[in-house]
Design a protein around this ligand. Structure first.
Ligand SMILES: [Cu+2]
Length: 147
């Protein structure tokens, strides 16, 4: 009877170790010049009309940079939207500042999709900046609406 508790406790300990390892200080990201792109993901689109993508852009440089253009091979176009879904002008990342695209806030809208990636897939997103140039990130696709 007593020994039955053993295995489950051991498993709990192992799980904790794994979680700790994943939450380490190393923050994966894609670098482009002074910019570091992190926390990128997309929601699995519900239909081919639109899809939403998110990324955080950190600018470690002394000068602001501007996001001029976006594209994805599976979208006819990619737009910057404000939290109210209205199109925004060129998005600026201030010096030593971050530009955060996040659910409920400003986001990247993929229009007229030629494919419908599912949760677990990834999709390519190319961003062109005035200073840092062009960078492509692969965004993991999450189930629609999840954090
Ligand atoms: Cu939108």
């Amino acid at each position: 009877m007593m020994t039955r508790h053993w295995p489950s406790r051991r498993h709990a300990g192992l799980l904790l170790l794994v979680l700790t390892a994943c939450g380490g200080p190393a923050r994966p990201g894609v670098r482009a010049g002074d910019l570091l792109l992190t926390d990128g993901f997309a929601y699995a689109p519900l239909d081919s009309a639109v899809g939403a993508a998110y990324v955080t852009i950190h600018n470690a440089g002394m000068a602001p940079d501007t996001l001029l253009d976006l594209s994805s091979p599976i979208a006819e176009g990619v737009m910057v939207h404000g939290g109210d879904m209205a199109g925004m002008g060129p998005a600026v990342v201030g010096a030593h500042d971050s530009l955060v695209f996040t659910p409920g806030g400003a986001h990247l809208m993929l229009m007229n999709l030629s494919a419908l990636p599912k949760a677990g897939d990834s999709l390519a997103l190319t961003l062109r900046f005035a200073r840092a140039g062009t960078v492509t990130v692969r965004l993991p696709v999450r189930p629609y609406g999840t954090e």
